[in-house]
Design a protein around this ligand. Sequence first.
Ligand code: ZN
Length: 269
Amino acid sequence: MQEHKTPHETSWLFIIIFMILATIFGWFIVYTSRGVELMYAETATIEQVRYDSSIQKFDLADSSSLHVPSLDVYGLNQSWMYVSEAAPLPKTYEPAELVDVTLPRADKEVPMKLRADVLKRLEQLFSVAKQDGNELMVSSAYRSISDQQELYDDFVRTRSEAVAKQYVLTPGTSEHHTGYAVDITDASVRCEQDSSECNLSPASATWLATNSPKYGFIVRYPSGKEPITGIAHEPWHFRYVGVVLAMQLTEADLALDEFIEQATPGRIR
Ligand code: ZN
């Protein structure tokens, strides 16, 4: 019968407890520093992307962080996320952090939502536009995949499958599902009451194409890029991608698809 541990047994116990604690501590340090490193990589990458006009390519060679497999900067809740006919969203996709659009908007009785960071930038853009004499409104913002399905089915029912295919994007392939896309129109009372009455004048479209990149927006389906985007020029449809990328895409006259193809080859087809 042993009521008391010998000094020998006690020191072994201490060594074992010490080793367990050291392992936990070591694991904690490695895990957290990796998290910090990845967070930094994401920020650094988005700020550092640079277009080299001499070789007409984005300078991605040094951005090893773009290829960190566990951090997808083109992922489903990133401002560089890519949606197209070739890259549809999962049917269950829902964006994070949607907030109510408080700006002047079409169908004003119906709530409208966007991502919080996008709305903040859009408010700044609208305020500068107003100072320049362009009063703008939002004619469409976030649209769920099931909303798009209803719209599509409605076209099939009232017109035909062919018409639906021509005018309504297949559910899951619209950028409006992401909360990063917004349709912009000139402000008018008629548009405020009924979105089908909305219209963006050529003057406002030109102003927006020039000024929206300073707030992180691009004309997502530009004129002349139809073979690449697969979509006819939509001067009213703006996509938030962040200021750095928006400025560079606009200056280099590139569609988002061209950047995505360079950054992650094979993704746009
Ligand atoms: Zn749109």
